[in-house]
Design a protein around this ligand. Sequence first.
Ligand SMILES: Cc1cc2nc3c(=O)[nH]c(=O)nc-3n(C[C@H](O)[C@H](O)[C@H](O)COP(=O)(O)O)c2cc1C
Length: 359
Amino acid sequence: MSDLTPDELKWVLNAADMEARARERLPLGAQTYVGTGAGDERSMADNIAAFQRWVFRPRALVDTSARDLSTSVLGRSIAFPVGVAPYALQRLLHPEGELATVRAVSAARSFMVVSMGATCTLEEIAVAATCPLWFQPYLFDDAGYMAELVQRAEAAGYSAVCLTVDSPVFGWREGSMRNPHILPAGVVWANMPPAMRVPNSGRWLTGGDTWRWAMADKLTAGTTLPLVLKGIVTAEDATLAVEHGVAAVVVSNHGGRQLEDTIATMDALPEVVAAIDGRAEVLLDGGVRRGIDVLKALALGARAVLVGRPAAWGLAAAGEAGVARILELLRSDLSTAMAIAGVTSAARVDRALVTRRPA
Ligand SMILES: Cc1cc2nc3c(=O)[nH]c(=O)nc-3n(C[C@H](O)[C@H](O)[C@H](O)COP(=O)(O)O)c2cc1C
């Protein structure tokens, strides 16, 4: 099925609309790859529900006419505080894959985290980018290959290494066991070690469960790139992350795809922000579907958020234009919410803007 036309995209008004349009275009295996999580998918659903547990305390009669959505991540400015989360196998969803995503993200002046499971090489993606890029490796016991990837990312102009620490082994995902995806001919894991470049081989990275903090220290020892840890949801690990010199953490449970019944990211955010205490940047992902979600995360101390599935559905529905539409919807909704809530700057949102929804 072809991409949604610009006229059709106009009627996509939120992430749920985009998901419906994307599902019409995808075989069951690819829908399952994006749309499911671990176990009974309680964590996946709870990430979304957790946003509803916070409500606004909007302020009246504030001049927000010059409201500023821009901010920065790791010193690089972005037009609004929403980036695209790392997610693998983008050419399963659209022939242009990561290249379509990076073009949309660049045009929106946002930022993108590129997965080690990408279907284009790190270098191809960098050539197409004008936005900040972070490279996301998984835990893998081939230190030489990991070091080589990090060096390649640095040489290609990436601005951070974002190590995903919530995946020492692959999560228990029954949806994908029942309905595995089938990759189009020629689509490969372009950055995986050569012996496992062909997905569907049933092989996954080995040795993730041997990782300790000292190994994270070593990952960036040979480069100038700052280290970001993705998958931190406790004060204990946030404190350790600062002690190990990380530049940022992403509060994430992998969109509910790894450990079922992990705390929802919006529930974990306050304790991580308190433990970090301004010593590193804090980002969040999981369940962000609307601009109001972004504003709530900012109020609780996130500097920016990442979106996974909304961007994936956008890519599947209309390639670059679909990703652009999702980012534009989140940006416009955030701008509207800031105006009504009395917020003038996305980089300075008062904690008092939100409170727990009364029981
Ligand atoms: C289809 C899919 C593939 C993913 N692949 C990766 C990956 O390669 N690396 C990674 O760190 N996280 C991966 N994630 C997790 C996302 O980075 C992110 O944490 C999650 O999607 C956020 O939740 P959301 O989908 O509700 O926005 C993936 C998520 C999805 C949906």
